[in-house]
Design a protein around this ligand. Structure first.
Ligand SMILES: [Zn+2]
Ligand SMILES: [Zn+2]
Length: 180
């Protein structure tokens, strides 16, 4: 998805977009092991320019299907993201400017040949919202490490270690208090 800078009218340019999972996966580094099920990405952006400096702001809406890291069940995580970037032509890049901007303004980029590429920005915004350890629910009880049943739906007789179960820790504290 590219924006041609000379085509941006004075009053700005607004576009809607709709992308699919193939588009998303084609942007990911090859075989990076990321297994993200995503089907539909929609959003819009507005580009405006002052001279040759272009500001682009937009929003993205999508849903990803992830596997819970505790119970392994698949669940859908809705994602909404907003982004705002400023672009200057790469010819304007001087060492001084680069130093001033690096690390301070993350929403900053360069464009060349009159074209601003938005694909990677959108990809990044989505990736940033995907948790490293996805949970179907913050209270997910996970699988029993001994028999493997899903503790959210069934119960077994295997002890939950006190480390995993906050209530067991509380019980422990009460016993100790009683003794003292
Ligand atoms: Zn879970
Ligand atoms: Zn068990």
């Amino acid at each position: 998805m590219k924006v041609t800078v000379t085509h941006i009218p004075e009053e700005g340019l607004t576009r809607e977009f709709l992308k699919d999972g193939d588009w998303f996966h084609s942007l990911l580094p090859e075989r990076d092991g990321t297994d993200i099920a995503i089907e539909r990405i929609s959003g819009q952006y507005t580009a405006a320019k002052i001279g040759r400096t272009v500001s682009v702001r937009g929003s993205i809406e999508t849903e990803v299907t992830l596997g819970c890291c505790r119970c392994l069940k698949e669940f859908v995580l809705p994602i909404r993201a907003e982004f705002k970037y400023t672009f200057v032509p790469v010819e304007k890049m001087s060492n001084k400017e680069e130093l001033e901007l690096t690390g301070e303004d993350l929403g900053f980029g360069y464009y060349k040949d009159d074209l601003i590429e938005l694909d990677l920005i959108i990809l990044e915004q989505i990736i940033l919202q995907i948790p490293m350890k996805p949970l179907c629910d913050v209270a997910c009880k996970g699988l029993c490490p001994r028999c493997g049943i899903d503790r959210n739906v069934e119960q077994c007789d295997h002890e939950t270690t006190s480390f995993e179960n906050p209530f067991a820790v509380l019980r422990q504290l009460k016993i100790n208090n009683g003794k003292n």
